[in-house]
Design a protein. Structure first.
Length: 179
């Protein structure tokens, strides 16, 4: 736990300096999502949450597997933290873009408490831990979503949140370029 905290702080510093190293290789997003979900089995069982992984795999993408694993861990951890049971859907797919370009997409949708529109971007701030109204204990450093978004951007992609507001759950969308 202390080692993870120190590494998160070092990664935050590296990001601010523009020196976050990436070790690129072929990554299968479906396999990665399944491996992370498997790591969360006991936690999700304890919280009466079911994780469902589905979608149309884009094929392997060029990325840093360890860094993307951090992103998926942060997204699942937040979905579990802000859900009181139910289902978390992890969907992998491809989104066609203009001029024949496409992006690999990984979405994590929960049935939790949702996010107010005014907070959708704020949750990615450094040291942010949700809103005061969540009623959730403030465990952690508040750098998880910040690091996740910056890792996505270091790969030439992005990460954003969507929600219809309180009581409607949240969806976090990771978009990464395809070769």
């Amino acid at each position: 736990l202390m080692a993870d905290w120190v590494e998160s702080m070092l990664d935050t510093r590296r990001l601010r300096l523009g020196k976050l190293p990436l070790e690129l290789g072929r990554v299968d997003l479906v396999q990665l999502a399944q491996a992370v979900a498997d790591e969360f089995q006991q936690t999700t069982r304890d919280h009466h949450i079911r994780v469902v992984i589905s979608g149309r795999p884009p094929g392997p993408i060029l990325a840093d597997r360890c860094r993307l694993r951090e992103v998926v861990i942060n997204l699942l951890a937040n979905a579990v933290k802000y859900s009181a049971g139910g289902t978390i859907e992890v969907r992998v797919g491809v989104q066609e873009r203009a001029k024949g370009c496409a992006q690999a997409m990984l979405t994590v949708r929960d049935q939790g408490q949702g996010i107010d529109a005014a907070d959708l971007d704020r949750v990615f701030g450094r040291y942010e831990q949700g809103t005061r109204e969540t009623g959730c204990p403030r465990a952690g450093l508040g750098v998880g979503l910040y690091l996740a978004r910056e890792i996505a951007r270091a790969h030439g992609g992005d990460l954003w949140a969507e929600s219809r507001g309180r009581g409607h759950g949240s969806t976090f969308v990771l978009a990464l370029p395809l070769d």
